[in-house]
Design a binder for this molecule. Structure first.
Ligand code: FAD
Ligand code: SIN
Length: 527
């Protein structure tokens, strides 16, 4: 299938770009499962933006840089922060029902999260992402220039070696993708391709991210020749619900923003002031490490997050979804503390992009969690992520539109070759490799690292890579095999990046190099 612009991913980044481009062009959007299956629909806390007198761009920029350990690119931070209010206004126009404090549009109810020195998070109760995803999807479905294609698993970007006439130009012409319904691999070609495939949280055993967060876009871009940066900066959220049945339910940082405190369940001691003067509202890396330290020191299964000292109506009013979910699990958050543990939450590193969303490969753009744009540095500030999706989704669209005449139509492409593979007779290999990767990434490449543990992880990933490559070359692709191949690639990029950083900065904390180097330098891996 040929289209003007191909977008891989139907979350906040992908649909923002699609809606802008569809004003003039035919746009096709692929999703590997249902359209709402990405992380966007799961976002709870909200979106950060300077929206009221007393707050300033300078303050939002400063908070972003402090949380990011100075590794951020100041130009990118300014670009995103200054475009934030406009992005919020456009979402409100699309129908996102942000909570308001007063009768007028713009009387936003702003909540607070860790690392922010001001109340600046607009939100829709405690389920902001769901409201945003629905508004974007509704607009995209109503637009005749947008074709939405769910259940289409992108495998590899189409580059020169896939052309009927072999080329070494490095230009990307689209993607090969597995149709889950027919089981066939199809080629999608376009003048420009935007990667909006989200993060790689499922590289870790415990993660708040959805099942599909397997780093597919990062791995595909890497294989297509793009540089990847800061992959060691994997963010762990301090407060994921600890429950034996429900494994990855986030308890939003806004609970701490509205007064929730962390306590050691054994002693009842409120410990965060011992770790940081900002206590529960310190940036996430600090709170996650504190929770981890309490758990490990006292042999606990979890720590307690307690908001039961607040008025019950206030708690239910601010966190209706969390209240309902936890009541269903036998925890009344208006009277009881919530058992929580840290879990992987966000991929700060990714495909290197410039302020126009351009990657290293001509014709390939990227936006959202798949990228390393310079916004987050060594640790993402809470609620800056959806924001990045809107601003960079727009930036990609604007650049494509401004340079449309210079983008060549795709050349004839070879079909997917299945002549030398058969159906797998050993699916157990896939399940086993998935489990192994996620387990050793959690144990050896987690919140606190050492060189020895990273080397152990590297040894294991090298072994698994050989097995998975062998398997991939012999058997027909399935969604699980495609994801496993990407998980191996991304885990390897994370481990190599972590091994190469000889300091502790932001999310990368290693006992072998506890100090921070005087100069902040990005880790950049070149294929
Ligand atoms: P996603 O929304 O993850 O979408 C990825 C898309 O790519 C999906 O459509 C998926 O199907 C598609 N895709 C992936 N691989 C393939 C493939 N191989 N082929 C085809 N399609 C593919 N951020 C905030 O700013 N505020 C918050 O309050 C907040 N809360 C969060 C709560 C949770 C529980 C989580 C997990 C994250 C939260 N975040 C929050 C982070 C934020 O939600 C994500 O960073 C953001 O939504 C990412 O959007 P995206 O468009 O880049 O990707
Ligand atoms: C949360 O609600 O705690 C998540 C916010 C974010 O990831 O930015």
């Amino acid at each position: 299938m040929n289209t003007d612009i191909l977008i891989i991913g139907s979350g906040a980044a992908g649909l923002t770009a699609a809606l802008q481009l569809a004003q003039k062009y035919q746009v096709t959007v692929l999703a590997k499962g249902a359209l709402s299956d990405g992380a966007t629909a799961w976002a709870q806390g909200g979106i950060a933006a300077v929206l009221e007198p007393g707050d300033t761009f300078e303050s939002h920029i400063e908070d972003t840089m402090v949380a990011g350990g100075g590794l951020n690119n100041r130009e990118t931070v300014e670009f995103v922060v200054e475009n934030a209010p406009e992005a919020i206004r456009r979402l409100a126009e699309l129908g996102v029902p942000f909570n308001l404090d007063g009768p007028d549009d713009g009387d936003w109810h702003l909540t607070r999260e860790g690392g922010h020195s001001h109340r600046r998070i607009v939100h829709v109760d405690d389920a902001t992402g769901w409201a945003v995803q629905q508004a974007l999807e509704t607009a995209a479905k109503a637009n005749p220039n947008i074709t939405l294609v769910p259940d289409m698993v992108a495998i590899d970007l189409i580059v020169g070696r896939h052309q009927e006439r072999f080329s070494t130009s490095g230009r990307v012409h689209g993607v090969y993708a597995l149709n889950r319904t027919s089981g066939k691999v199809e080629a999608f070609t376009a003048r420009a391709t935007i990667l909006a495939t989200g993060g790689a949280g499922r590289t870790y055993l415990y993660s708040t991210a959805p099942r599909g967060a397997t780093g597919d876009g990062i791995a595909m871009a890497w294989r297509a020749g793009c540089r990847v940066s800061n992959m060691e900066m994997m963010q762990f959220h301090p407060t994921c619900l600890y429950n034996l049945e429900v494994k990855n339910f986030l308890i939003t940082e806004a609970v701490r923003g509205e007064g929730g405190i962390l306590k050691n369940p054994k002693t009842g001691h409120r410990y965060m002031p011992d770790y940081d003067e900002r206590a529960e509202l310190a940036p996430r890396d600090i709170v996650a490490r504190a929770n981890d330290a309490e758990i490990k020191r006292d042999g606990l299964d979890f720590v307690h997050l307690d908001i039961s000292h607040k008025d019950p109506e206030f708690v239910k009013g601010h966190f209706p979804n969390i209240y309902d979910k936890l009541i269903g699990l036998g925890i009344d958050i208006t009277t009881q503390p919530i058992p929580v543990v840290p879990a992987q939450h966000y991929t700060c590193g990714g495909v290197l992009v410039d302020l126009d969303g351009r990657t290293d490969a001509p014709g390939l753009y990227a936006a959202g969690e798949v990228t390393q744009s310079g916004l987050h540095g060594a640790n993402r500030l809470a609620s800056n992520s959806l924001l990045e999706c809107f601003v960079f989704g727009d930036a990609c669209a604007a650049h494509i539109d401004a340079h449309w005449d210079t983008l060549p139509p795709p050349p004839p492409i070879r079909g997917w070759d299945e002549s030398r593979v058969t159906d797998s007779d050993e699916e157990v290999v896939i399940a086993q490799c998935w489990r192994e990767i996620r387990q050793f990434m959690w144990n050896f490449v987690g919140i606190v690292r050492t060189t020895k543990r990273l080397e152990r992880a590297k040894h294991r990933i090298d072994l698994l890579r050989r097995e998975v490559e062998d398997y991939y070359s012999h058997f027909r692709v399935t969604p699980d095999l495609i994801e496993l191949r990407n998980l191996v690639e991304v885990a390897d990029l994370i481990i190599r990046s972590a091994l190469s950083r000889h300091e502790s900065r932001g999310l990368h904390y290693t006992l072998d190099y506890p100090a921070m180097l005087p100069k902040a330098t990005d880790t950049v891996l070149v294929p």
